[in-house]
Design a protein around this ligand. Structure first.
Ligand code: SF4
Length: 311
């Protein structure tokens, strides 16, 4: 409670909680990882955290799936921006640049492991598999290169993505744009739109998918993009088309949605935020024991915080 301008006792406004699809995904996957990622490794949160410096460092570690996805997104975004400016890169150039980015990431991870470079001074993604010397480097490199090349080849050659390539190369198209807005007074939504552009009377929003077709439901993530367009651009439902572009599988799927789906998405996010709010104080107080460990080998193997968590 607090006093307002007229000295009346009123409820204090709640602190705004930021929701994102990846944040709630981390919480559902492993609450302890959620603590490390969103409290323990943040400079201004969980100030009593005893492993703060280590967690900050570990939060910079990525893994082979994230690194390949990040390189594919970077190369595609650059291709679209260059094409918009009249400089159309061919497939060789896309593949060549992706290999350079991967090599930089590997070299930087090796140097970091060997104490030669500092993670805070240079930005390539750090591969935890290389940093911990967990795998045969040539096999890892080949695995990542093959995945990136398959994705980029389909992106470049398949007709299924032609409408997205030409639409996203138009002036005014959004490429890798942060989509952030308030759902209500206490909830902020954070997201990132891969591409969005106008086509006749519709706005098409597309999300590049770099893995296999998901059986995991990502419609909530995509519906937040629709909510963003409605909020920011004042669009109506029938003016929005949301498409999932599966690069590896060479397939585009359109998401069917109605007012009912949007209502359910809003409700679901508000429920998620209540759960996050319930944990917020424990996070800020650095009470990591309030966040259970998933202890699932497959998830732990990809987790950057293993070193602290399993000690
Ligand atoms: S190592 Fe496993 S249990 Fe620990 S935070 Fe990571 S995913 Fe969770």
């Amino acid at each position: 409670m607090q006093y307002d301008l007229f000295n009346r006792l009123v409820d204090a406004p709640q602190e705004k909680i930021a929701w994102s699809f990846s944040k709630i995904g981390t919480l559902r996957q492993c609450p302890r990882k959620y603590y490390y990622q969103y409290y323990g490794s943040k400079k201004r949160k969980a100030l009593n955290e005893g492993s703060k410096e280590t967690l900050i460092f570990l939060s910079k570690l990525s893994n082979k799936h994230l690194v390949s996805g990040s390189i594919i997104h970077t190369v595609i975004a650059t291709y679209l921006k260059k094409r918009r400016d009249g400089d159309e890169w061919d497939l060789n150039r896309l593949n060549g640049w992706s290999k350079k980015l991967l090599s930089e990431s590997i070299l930087f991870s090796e140097n970091l492991r060997d104490g030669i470079s500092d993670v805070r001074l240079y930005p390539p993604d750090v591969l935890k598999e290389v940093y911990y010397s967990k795998v045969e480097l040539s096999e890892l490199k080949e695995e990542i290169e093959t995945k990136i090349e398959n994705n980029l080849t389909n992106f470049y050659e398949s007709e299924k993505f032609d409408h997205l390539k030409s639409g996203a190369s138009k002036h005014g198209a959004l490429i890798e744009r942060r989509a952030s807005f308030s759902l209500d007074d206490s909830t902020k939504i954070d997201g990132q739109i891969d591409v969005a552009f106008k086509e006749n009377d519709k706005t098409i929003i597309a999300d590049w998918k770099t893995g296999k077709i998901e059986y995991q439901d990502t419609s909530l993530q995509l519906l937040t993009y629709a909510l963003w367009m409605i909020e920011k651009e004042g669009l109506s439902l029938d003016q929005i088309s949301i498409q999932k572009a599966y690069l590896q599988e060479d397939k585009v799927e359109e998401l069917e949605f109605s007012e009912k789906h949007l209502f359910r998405a809003r409700t679901r996010i508000l429920q998620d935020v209540e759960i996050m709010r319930g944990l917020h104080e424990f996070g800020n107080e650095a009470i990591s024991d309030a966040f259970t460990k998933c202890n699932q080998q497959k998830i732990c193997d990809l987790c950057p915080f293993q070193e602290v968590c399993q000690n």
